[in-house]
Design a protein around this ligand. Structure first.
Ligand SMILES: [Zn+2]
Length: 76
């Protein structure tokens, strides 16, 4: 007997853009799934994990700046 559907397709929700995807990467140690469309030898078409952590870093930077400002306000 031949099984036409031998490959189990797993779909996950992307933690960054929220879309369902079958081509994904899991991050460690956060265990989050992100879509990733990447043809070897080319620039990644979609790399939500990189975008997610880039954005996260930016947010942390912004928060630091904010706390610096509030410290200045207190000293005034
Ligand atoms: Zn995504």
């Amino acid at each position: 007997m031949r099984r036409t559907k031998s490959k189990i397709q797993v779909q996950v929700d992307c933690a960054y853009c929220g879309s369902k995807t079958e081509t994904f990467v899991s991050s460690y140690p956060d265990y989050l799934n992100f879509c990733r469309i990447h043809t070897p030898g080319k620039e990644p078409e979609k790399d939500c994990m990189t975008d997610y952590y880039k954005e996260k870093k930016n947010v942390q930077k912004k928060e630091k700046v904010k706390s610096l400002f509030s410290q200045k306000e207190i000293s005034f």
